[in-house]
Write a protein that binds this ligand. Structure first.
Ligand code: ANZ
Ligand code: ZN
Length: 952
């Protein structure tokens, strides 16, 4: 499923949560690149981030086995976290790494919070790539797929994920597709799977039928890129249309609390495409031709009826088919049509007929609307939408306008609606007016009415004369699931001459795919099942006479429409899953690429609603089943882009060995020494910008890779992968490890808060040294509390996991910089910090945890996620006076807390500006005109924050 790359990611999503400003990130003291001149000493750090991975993976594996044997874990709540399962292509790419990191971090977070988390992994293993590879290499798809799964699994293991491998499944395993077939039979029994003759999209390269959704706007296959042909064939459909009202209504539920991203909801809504409009009859005159007495059109804008200037029909409209019998020129035109793009504005005016506007019968109708109008055949009219006929309104529809200009450029366009009653407000500069508005003089008696009201009145009026009917239309078609290919789940139907289509009895499931090695060896195109007589020729289950098995297999979207449910119980033999397992549904958090915004998610929602109406999901009643949704929350992650070097003189993509990076700030074209251009683009072989995640992990360790991955961009945004920056993360981890080592053999106090509260009472009588230590302790503990709060919020939101990393870095800074603080508070901070970061850097956290708590077991067993005490409200930091200079002149002073230790540069400046503006005086005096410190070009903090000079 993840074989597609995301097309686009939404910037709005990024804006929805707090992001550290670019400058904070760049100047974060721990993030400066390794080349920074002020780097720490060259000494080697103690922890080997690469070798700890395998050490801890082994421990986790043992723990997992033990846990599986011992039954009750005593965990609180069940949580089901699921990333979209991968298509087993054999190589892990950075897109995989990103989505699986996000999923694992989320799962580990919920597990540390004491929940019983399910994080399964499996393989979306059917589909064309395996079959095409089989034809190319002469090996069976099963073997090829299996070896890819092994490879991908090995690579996936390297990333320190906490996958529940006991729940592993593969959709090409007969144990799985037996139940896909069973699902089909259940749908069939309910009348929700049916066969129908249909004009289908045929991909001549992949030699298969495609669903409408798999054909792009220009008529090309989503997979092979081939120009799709139209063919009439008998096909299997699933009746998703029966669920359309439920599918539409529940989008509103999914919109609550941002459970699903807005852009996905919009796309789903558009795909369902509910529209209300009217069918309108246009009487026709066609002397001597048997084409009926009227043409019906479907329109969503009956209010534009006065502006109709022509009628356009699709090629398959019955009147066109009839006329083509005797009109050779028309037939010749029709023959050229399949090759035309759907937005083509060509057309053929039917000489035999004219149409009349149904309003012509009303004597108050302006003469222009009473005149008869021409009828065209045009490729932009779809045969399978509405009536296959359009009323052409050049004045108010963009496509109609373009068509009219192409065919009747001399005939003026008639505008019947304006923006307001003052018609001059509508600028009609050679374009249609497509909005609603007020009806103009050209609308006769309706002049001055709003177009909405006018449209309604007109439809009612015409309804009385049986010339119109208000209707509701959906864009959603039933789901065409049959594929004329081998590598999928065979459709469990047998065709008998006397009994018709007979479902295969359940006891005969699974219908396994036959081995057809010769087919692959010969590299034959087409459906291998058709040429397997043993597979095809079977007795009819009903009457026993010779019959034929259906040779179609199911679209792989059928597999992914229910795999998440099977994950709860992948070994169940008789049913899709047991009713105890069903309690783990729905999925709590579903994570995947935005490229699945429409089809996969819509199909999964449909099938889940269906399952909810069966005995399989007992948690739903007849009443609640229609609102059942499979994925409570949906997280869509952005694409990963790679560093791409281009020779600006010829636009050529440069290979790594063609770039001179000796000066990292100015890449050069190696051959000429001229500057090379650096861009970030979608990774592809041709751009030489791919990165192998396993290679990267083996150099930097899985944890640094994970943290780097998250830190680079908010989850929903495009991530520009810059491998050099991982060094900032590595150094952060090393410094923290150093600090933890120093604190390793120290005592924990029972409650830091109680300790500080007790000390707070005697601040006044303390020695200077004790008072300084107390202040440092309060500052550090408050910062710890702030970060616990912020990080928890970000883990819950998921979209802002990047901010978790920067908050953890900030807390590390506060810890290492808190020179005056007591060991016990530092120790408690380190303890919290390690638990806070465990979801992101699990092996590293274990390593630190083992130093801090040598007697306890794995942090994921004995550790818990930190929670805040109420120190932030109880413990007030002592404030100090901060003098504010503007351009060197003192302009005032405010009381603010001393800045947390370790802050410097822009970090310190930003912190201080925030603190200053948080005071009453700061807000009143330094946000205006020449004293607006937010506009400062530069700010120089001095004396540890006792003075700050703003340059404005
Ligand atoms: C006249 C008109 C005037 C229209 C106007 C729109 C704007 P949705 O909303 O997607 O349902 N239409 C109807 N049948 C069609 C077909 N078979 N192929 C192509 N286009 C078709 O779209 C409904 C609108 O699409 C209809 O409303 C019709 O154009 C066009 F100012 O009718 B309208
Ligand atoms: Zn029969």
């Amino acid at each position: 499923m993840l074989m597609l790359q995301a097309r686009h990611t939404s910037a709005q999503a990024a804006r929805a949560f707090r992001l550290p400003s670019v400058s904070i990130l760049r100047h974060h003291p721990l993030v400066r690149s390794a080349t920074s001149s002020r780097g720490p000493s060259q000494r080697r750090f103690a922890v080997d981030l690469v070798s700890i991975d395998s050490k801890w993976r082994q421990v986790w594996e043992t723990n997992r086995k033990n846990a599986e044997e011992g039954a009750d874990t005593g965990k609180k709540q069940h949580k089901y976290v699921l990333p979209m399962f991968p298509y087993p292509s054999g190589t892990l790419h950075l897109g995989h790494l990103r989505v699986y990191t996000i999923a694992d971090v989320t799962a580990r977070y919920h597990s540390l919070k004491g929940n019983d988390v399910l994080l399964p992994m499996g393989w979306d293993a059917f589909g064309l790539p395996a079959e095409n590879a089989a034809l190319e290499r002469g090996v069976a798809p099963a073997g090829w797929t299996q070896s890819n799964i092994v490879k991908l699994k090995e690579q996936l293991e390297l990333m320190n994920g906490s996958w529940d491998w006991k729940n592993e499944l593969s959709t090409c395993d007969p144990e799985f597709y037996k139940h896909t077939q069973k699902l089909f039979l259940m749908l069939y029994e309910r009348g929700l799977a049916y066969q129908a003759e249909a004009e289908v999209n045929y991909d001549p390269v992949d030699k298969t039928v495609l669903a409408n959704e798999q054909v792009d706007a220009n008529g090309y296959s989503w997979r092979s890129g081939a120009k799709v042909e139209k063919k009439l064939l008998k096909q299997w459909f699933l009746k998703i249309s029966e669920f359309r009202e439920d599918l539409l209504r529940e989008l509103d539920t999914l919109a609550k609390d941002d459970a699903w991203p807005e852009h996905v909801l919009v796309q789903q809504r558009n795909w369902l495409g509910k529209s209300t409009g009217a069918m309108i009859k246009f009487p026709i005159m066609a002397h001597g031709h048997d084409v009926g007495s009227a043409i019906e059109v479907y329109t969503t804008r009956p209010d534009t009826l006065f502006g109709v200037q022509y009628i356009a029909l699709s090629a398959s409209h019955p009147a066109v088919v009839k006329l083509a019998e005797t009109d050779a020129e028309l037939q010749a035109f029709l023959d050229t049509m399949p090759g035309l793009p759907p937005d083509s504005k060509v057309g053929y005016m039917l000489p035999q007929m004219r149409a009349i506007n149904p309003l012509a019968f009303n004597d108050k109708t302006p003469d222009a609307t009473k005149a008869s109008i021409p009828v065209y055949v045009a490729p932009y009219v779809l045969g399978d939408y509405g009536e296959g006929a359009v009323m052409g309104v050049p004045g108010h529809d963009t496509r109609d306008f373009a068509f009219w200009k192409t065919h009747q450029n001399d005939e003026p366009v008639r505008y019947v609606i304006a923006a307001s009653e003052d018609e001059s407000t509508t600028v009609l500069d050679n374009e249609p007016f497509v909005d609603h508005g007020v009806m103009t003089e050209n609308s006769g008696l309706f002049k001055g009415k709003t177009s909405k009201e006018g449209g309604e009145v007109m439809v009612r009026m015409l309804e009385a004369a049986e010339l119109a009917k208000g209707v509701e239309k959906w864009r959603l078609r039933d789901w065409l699931i049959s594929r004329q290919r081998y590598w999928g789940a065979p459709i469990p139907i047998i065709h008998c001459d006397s009994c018709g289509a007979v479902p295969v009895p359940e006891s005969q499931l699974p219908i396994e795919l036959p081995a057809v090695d010769q087919h692959w060896e010969a590299g034959k195109a087409g459906n291998a099942l058709e040429s397997s007589p043993d597979f095809v020729n079977v007795p009819c289950p009903k009457c026993g006479s010779p019959a034929k098995r259906d040779t179609d297999t199911m679209d792989t979207f059928v597999d992914s429409s229910w795999y998440y449910a099977r994950f709860t119980d992948p070994k169940h033999a008789n049913e899709l899953f047991s009713s105890e397992a069903a309690e783990k549904l729905p999925v709590d958090i579903y994570i995947g690429g935005v490229e699945h915004a429409i089809l996969h998610l819509l199909y999964a929602r449909f099938i889940y609603k269906f399952l909810a109406s069966t005995h399989l999901l007992p948690q739903y009643t007849a009443e609640t089943a229609p609102s059942a949704e499979p994925f409570k929350r949906l997280i869509t992650q952005g694409m990963v882009h790679g560093k791409t070097y281009v020779d600006p003189t010829n636009g050529k993509f440069l290979k790594p060995n063609e770039v001179d990076l000796s000066d990292p700030s100015q890449p050069k074209v190696a051959s000429s020494g001229a500057p090379a251009e650096l861009r970030y683009e979608k990774m592809s072989k041709s751009k030489h910008n791919g990165v192998d995640p396993t290679d990267f992990i083996s150099k930097h360790g899985a944890d640094a890779t994970r943290a780097h991955m998250l830190f680079q961009a908010p989850v929903a945004d495009v991530l520009n992968w810059d491998d050099v920056k991982v060094q900032g993360v590595t150094r952060w981890l090393q410094r923290l490890h150093d600090q933890v080592e120093k604190l390793a053999n120290t005592e924990m106090v029972a409650s830091v808060k109680e300790d500080l509260v007790a000390r707070q009472t005697s601040v006044a009588s303390m020695s200077k040294e004790d008072a300084d230590r107390f202040n440092a302790d309060v500052l550090l503990w408050r910062e710890t509390q702030r970060v616990i709060e912020a990080v928890t919020r970000s883990y819950e939101k998921i979209y802002s996991l990047n901010v978790v990393v920067s908050d953890l870095m900030t807390l590390t800074n506060a810890l290492t910089g808190a020179k005056a603080a007591s060991v016990s508070v530092k120790r408690a901070t380190a303890d919290a910090l390690v638990r806070l970061m465990a979801p992101i850097t699990p092996a590293f956290a274990e390593e630190c945890w083992a130093l801090l708590s040598p007697k306890s077991a794995s942090i994921f067993q004995d550790g818990s996620f930190p929670v805040t005490d109420d120190s932030l409200s109880i413990l007030k930091p002592q404030e100090q006076k901060c003098m504010i200079q503007i351009n060197g002149k003192v302009r005032g002073g405010v009381m603010i807390p001393p800045a947390p230790g370790g802050l410097e540069g822009d970090d310190l400046k930003n912190w201080m500006v925030e603190a200053i503006l948080a005071t009453e005086e700061g807000e009143a005096r330094f946000t205006k005109g020449p004293f607006d410190i937010r506009q400062a070009k530069r700010a120089i903090p001095v004396k540890g924050g006792k003075l700050i000079n703003f340059v404005l």
